[in-house]
Design a protein around this ligand. Structure first.
Ligand code: CIR
Length: 266
């Protein structure tokens, strides 16, 4: 069953900067190649558009090497943009930098009170529930500030734990349809998806879980053939995508867009 948590009329992206080579990474496996990153990003934007969505691509920002990962400084929920507060030092200015664009694109922009931290990569939304994973980037104070905004927009907020070895909650999970989650076995084992149907990634393919269901297709990073088979067997239409350069910076498919429908209702 498709629902408004997987159908979108719009997406907002930001082109990668040349400075993306300085992006944050937990483990240095070499800097990404800026040209190849741009090519992979262009393929991603083209695929979003191919589903019928209107995609706005903001210009690159050299002063923010990780700003291509536009999912982290904001959350779009029920037609409203919510400014978040990324924790990483080099990303702290990203929300303020993005805010004028969101004011231009959304009828309403809300701000997080207090000084807690929340990264969009830790937020997974279904039709009725917003799951927020505590992580190295998202703290309880940030979640407490987000809760009244989310509840006011008609959603339930549930705070869950992200295992310490996982950067963001959605690094290893994604929504396939309003009742079904794709997750790595280690994240699913925490029990946070109880009540949902869970499809686990195949052994050694944890990175496949940072997928996005965007309208009809599920975008899945290249190289995860066993997980692709599982999704295919479950009836999902898979669109394989190259994400080799984002992966060098611990990023993936969800991180590179804000997905929304201006007039969606709960
Ligand atoms: C960072 O460490 O913040 C970036 N290099 C990667 C952010 C990935 N974003 C995401 O999972 N939502």
């Amino acid at each position: 069953m498709a629902g408004h948590s997987v159908t979108f009329t719009h997406a907002l992206c930001r082109a990668p900067s040349r400075s993306v080579t300085d992006g944050l990474r937990a483990e240095d496996r070499g800097a990404p190649d800026a040209d190849l990153f741009a090519a992979e990003h262009a393929a991603y934007v083209a695929a979003l558009r191919k589903t019928g969505a209107e995609v706005t691509v903001l210009p690159p920002r050299e002063d923010f090497p990780d700003s291509v990962f536009i999912e982290d400084p904001a959350l779009c929920l029920n037609g409203v943009a919510i400014m978040l507060r990324p924790e990483a030092q080099s990303r702290r200015g990203e929300a303020a930098m993005l805010r004028p664009d969101l004011i231009r694109l959304f009828p309403e922009v809300r701000d997080l009170a207090g000084d807690g931290f929340v990264d969009g990569g830790d937020i997974l939304c279904s039709d009725t529930e917003v799951m927020v994973g505590l992580s190295a980037r998202t703290d309880a104070a940030g979640v407490a500030a987000l809760r009244p905004i989310v509840e006011d927009l008609g959603y339930r907020l549930r705070m869950v734990e992200t295992p310490p070895e996982i950067l963001h909650f959605k690094t290893e999970s994604s929504l396939l349809d309003p009742d079904t989650i794709l997750a790595s076995p280690r994240l699913a084992a925490t029990g946070c998806f109880d009540g949902y149907k869970v499809i686990e990634t195949a052994p050694g393919e944890e990175g496949a879980a940072n997928a996005i269901r965007f309208n009809a297709p599920v975008f899945l990073s290249n190289g995860f053939s066993q997980t692709a088979d599982r999704l295919d067997a479950a009836g999902y239409e898979i669109w394989p995508m190259p994400t080799t350069q984002a992966a060098l910076l611990d990023g993936g498919l969800s991180c590179m867009s804000l997905r929304y429908s201006p007039l969606s209702g709960v």
